[in-house]
Ligand binder design. Structure first.
Ligand SMILES: CC(C)(COP(=O)(O)OP(=O)(O)OC[C@H]1O[C@@H](n2cnc3c(N)ncnc32)[C@H](O)[C@@H]1OP(=O)(O)O)[C@@H](O)C(=O)NCCC(=O)NCCS
Length: 332
């Protein structure tokens, strides 16, 4: 049987920085309030006409180089995004494959909001373990600045732009395989985080434009409580299933939504500060890109090494949630 190994990580962030002080100029807020409630100090914003595929292709390029594989050997491209270049088609994964100049290849998007990268990991694992694919490029790429209402003071300061990517490859060595990925959802909570307009339910119209219905609408307070509960129980189930404790985890990489959420979840699970990766202060919430960007940050700091045990923990609109447990297995 083939196993799936997590071979490399890469990321790209656009250089333009939007600080909390910049938000003080456009909404009734303060650096102090945003820092205290979220831990966010700044976030990245893409250029006009710089789309998710542009960010995603740059992140993917890094992941491919670090994996040391030829582009021709990539046989599947999966992009997790809820800010695709185009609402319906083509998929962002198709565009990324083209920007990378890959030969014709199966490519599609997954839509699971902030849990997207964990969903993509589970799909890649399944394709590799079934023997259907050998080298899967997975990407989380978001340009949230394109769906933010910059007059909505309860939401607009939270999100940012960026992309992360990884290569998942077939291996015969069980020791270096992705141990488990668990994903779930509950559509009963659809109204907590939503872009209500522009899709088939409320197609583009004058009303959709005037009410900014194609922008993200979020019930922050209710989302906060569910995020803490779900991110915690999700990992408790994973740890129990594999009979592991926090001491067995080298790097806990939670979705970077809010420092208070990360702290509460870490405390409930017994994860300490050293093993918990935090980038929310620098990049805000970049949704599907948040986990791979955080992993890449820790990797570039020299913290993540071959054989380390990594635990992803994600939560997002849908609602969706998921966790992934694996050994980081760069090619020797
Ligand atoms: C958005 C969030 C920071 C708001 O914090 P909160 O403590 O829940 O704030 P509330 O919405 O209850 O509002 C509290 C007060 O702050 C005010 N406020 C809201 N936005 C503000 C802002 N940007 N600046 C200053 N004050 C603000 C409100 O008007 C309210 O004032 P009031 O008490 O006088 O009525 C918080 O709910 C959150 O982070 N939620 C999770 C969001 C998230 O992570 N989503 C993604 C999940 S994947």
């Amino acid at each position: 049987m083939a196993y799936a190994a997590f071979r490399s990580i890469g990321a790209y962030v656009p250089p333009k920085i939007m600080t909390n002080a910049d938000f003080e100029k456009i909404i009734d807020t303060s650096d102090e309030w945003i820092t205290k409630r979220t831990g966010i100090k700044e976030r990245r914003i893409s250029e006009v006409n710089e789309a998710s595929s542009d960010l995603g292709a740059k992140a993917a390029q890094v992941a491919i180089e670090r994996a040391g594989i030829a582009k021709e050997d990539i046989d599947l491209v999966i992009c997790a995004t809820v800010t695709p270049d185009y609402l319906c088609m083509p998929s962002t994964a198709c565009l990324i494959a083209s920007k990378l100049e890959l030969p014709p290849v199966q490519a599609f998007d997954v839509s699971a909001a902030c849990t997207g990268f964990v969903y993509a990991t589970s799909v890649a694992k399944a394709f590799v373990e079934s023997g259907m694919k050998k080298n899967v490029l997975i990407i989380g790429a978001e340009t949230y600045s394109s769906i933010l209402d910059y007059t909505d003071r309860g939401t607009c300061f939270i999100f940012g732009d960026g992309a992360g990517a990884a290569i998942i490859s077939a291996t015969e060595n069980k020791e270096e395989s992705i141990i488990d990925v668990n994903c779930s959802s509950d559509g009963n909570y659809e109204d907590l985080i939503k872009t209500p307009g522009g899709g088939s339910k409320h197609p583009c119209s004058q009303e959709v434009l005037e009410q900014k219905m194609a922008c993200i609408k979020m019930k922050g307070n209710e989302t906060f409580k569910l995020a803490v509960r779900t991110l915690t129980s999700d990992v408790e189930v994973m740890m129990k299933k594999h009979n592991i404790t926090p001491e067995d985890i080298n790097h806990f990489i939670p979705h970077q939504a809010n420092m208070r959420i990360i702290t509460a979840v870490g405390k409930a699970l017994g994860m300490n500060e050293e093993q918990t990766v935090v980038t929310v202060d620098k990049y805000g919430n970049t949704s599907a890109a948040s986990i791979p960007m955080a992993m890449n940050y820790a990797y570039e700091q020299g913290k993540i090494k071959a054989g380390d045990t990594v635990l992803f923990d994600a939560f997002g609109g849908g609602l969706t949630w998921g966790s992934a447990l694996f050994k980081f297995a760069p090619k020797k």
